[in-house]
Write a protein that binds this ligand. Structure first.
Ligand code: UN1
Length: 499
């Protein structure tokens, strides 16, 4: 197993690997079997303050490095990540638990965004536009904002830090990263590779520790100008409130309760594949996971039968074993929460078709494994159809037609991903228009976002921002409008417009 050397588990501040000021530590263990991954600094406000001070100082220089030059460093990062893909993938199967193919995909997503944003160094387009006055030049340019605080989750332990750091860096910002305390080794490895590829000291800083201490200080620090968070709705609301006093920009990417719609005319085999992948990939621990399947009544019985057959063939096991289809969930608390939703579903009168229990036979008992769970005859208002479970549980909801399907799909507080399986082009276009979500898939499940398109959601999934794609640039830059008057005389806008 490829982990970094034990002594390397430190904070990274101003180009130096350092312990928490308090000297306190916490441990990271594998969710698959409880093996120790390493010991990490349990940092506090003092550590954050040092990292922010260093990042603020580094900003003065980094913002002046020409964006194409920043891009060249990013191209190097992408190549370094490619070289380390196998090792990062292996570490991810151990520390986070996802299966090998998906762990490789997680790293690939980081490589992809890095190449994409590296190229952005030669674009970062602004606009030029005519002036209403003679002999006057108008343009707008993007400018970096300053120190960015990135608070990242454990479910995409390399991809999500990259979605936040890489665009922030190409735009000329400096960063303090607070990674999830369930996956600190992966964050550390990612930052080590950035440093190895030539990111200057102080431009990227890493502070390990808890949300209530490190995260909270980062959000409230007056010198942090942007907070970018992927996490739960509850955390998002807390962060927004905490950032209000300093008017810090906040980019939030929160929960989902995503649905796949299956119409009577759908290719059922394909729909079943899409459901299994979207509901049980990453053990359902994706914001984009399909935790609802809305099925038109003509296809309902057949779909149930085929889905259960397919789900019961899934093999649970540690991510590093080639034949594992579904890995563990992240920790004991999560396992308990997932199981509590099975009890809630049973109590609400939904029909449990398969799963619904902790899997503990053999070595599975050493980890946090939960059997892929499918509920049928779910009412759209039940809690299992409304609340984010973040585990391998999905709910089948029967409906009469497309209108009802869209109503049910939209009848939740979140709006991240959505999907429809149908052969009817008219139905597909109506779904594209009417599903209230940041992402809609046609004849594919709810997961599988690509890095050059905006990623994020409507309603309670966020606060109107998007990451990835060109949209990410809006999070990490501010527009400056520039007016150059070369007439040599006073020209008053809105007044001297007669000529
Ligand atoms: C997330 O779960 O927060 O589309 C990100 C997908 C992945 C990203 C998911 N590319 O599922």
């Amino acid at each position: 197993m490829a982990t970094t050397a034990a002594q390397a588990y430190k904070n990274f501040i101003g180009g130096e690997w350092v312990d928490a000021a308090s000297g306190e530590t916490f441990e990271s263990t594998s969710p698959a079997n409880g093996d120790a991954i390493g010991v990490f600094p349990r940092s506090g406000a003092e550590d954050v303050d040092r990292a922010v001070a260093v990042a603020k100082e580094a900003f003065a220089e980094w913002r002046l490095v020409p964006a194409p030059k920043r891009g060249e460093i990013l191209f190097r990062i992408a190549r370094v990540l490619e070289g380390e893909k196998a090792a990062l993938t292996d570490l991810m199967t151990h520390e986070m638990g996802k299966v090998k193919a998906e762990a490789g995909g997680d790293v690939q997503e980081a490589i992809d965004i890095t190449y994409y944003m590296a190229g952005e160094g030669r674009r970062l387009f602004g606009q030029t536009t005519p002036s209403e006055l003679r002999d006057k030049w108008n343009m707008s340019i993007r400018q970096p904002i300053g120190v960015v605080g990135a608070i990242t989750p454990w479910n995409f332990p390399v991809a999500i830090p990259s979605w936040k750091l890489i665009p922030a860096l190409i735009c000329g910002n400096t960063v303090v990263l607070k990674p999830a305390s369930d996956t600190p080794a992966l964050a550390q490895r990612f930052v080590e590779l950035l440093a190895e590829a030539g990111i200057p000291d102080g431009v990227v800083n890493l502070v390990h520790g808890g949300g209530g201490t490190v995260g909270d200080r980062l959000v409230r620090h007056p010198d942090v100008r942007v907070i970018t968070l992927t996490g739960s709705r509850e955390t998002g609301v807390e962060v927004l409130k905490a950032a209000a006093d300093t008017l810090t920009h906040v980019h939030l990417e929160l929960g989902g309760k995503n649905a796949i719609i299956v119409l009577d005319d759908a290719d059922l085999e394909l729909a079943v594949e899409g459901i299994v992948w979207s509901a049980f990939g990453t053990s359902g621990q994706r914001c984009t996971a399909a935790s609802r399947v809305i099925v038109q009544r003509g296809a309902y019985a057949e779909l149930q039968k085929r889905l259960v057959e397919r789900v019961e063939k899934l093999r649970l096991g540690p991510g590093w074993e080639d034949d594992s289809d579904v890995g563990p969930v992240i920790n004991q608390r999560s396992l308990e929460k997932i199981h509590s939703y099975t009890e809630i579903g049973n109590g609400e009168g939904a029909k449990l078709l398969t799963g619904g229990e902790v899997a503990s036979e053999g070595d599975l008992g050493k980890g946090f494994f939960y059997r892929p769970t499918v509920f049928a005859d779910v009412d759209p208002q039940m809690r299992i159809a409304q609340e984010e479970i973040f585990g391998p549980t999905t709910a089948l909801i029967p409906v009469a037609d497309l209108d009802e399907a869209i109503r049910v799909s939209n009848g939740i507080k979140y709006g991240l991903s959505s999907s429809i399986f149908t052969q009817d082009v008219n139905a597909a276009f109506r779904a594209m228009r009417d599903l209230e979500a940041g992402i809609t898939y046609i004849n594919a499940g709810t997961i599988g976002a690509e890095v050059h398109l905006p990623f994020g959601g409507t309603k309670d999934t966020g606060n109107g921002h998007r990451e990835a794609g060109q949209a990410a640039l809006d999070v990490f830059t501010e527009w400056k409008s520039i007016y150059v008057d070369y007439s040599g005389r006073l020209q008053r806008a809105q007044i001297d417009t007669e000529e």
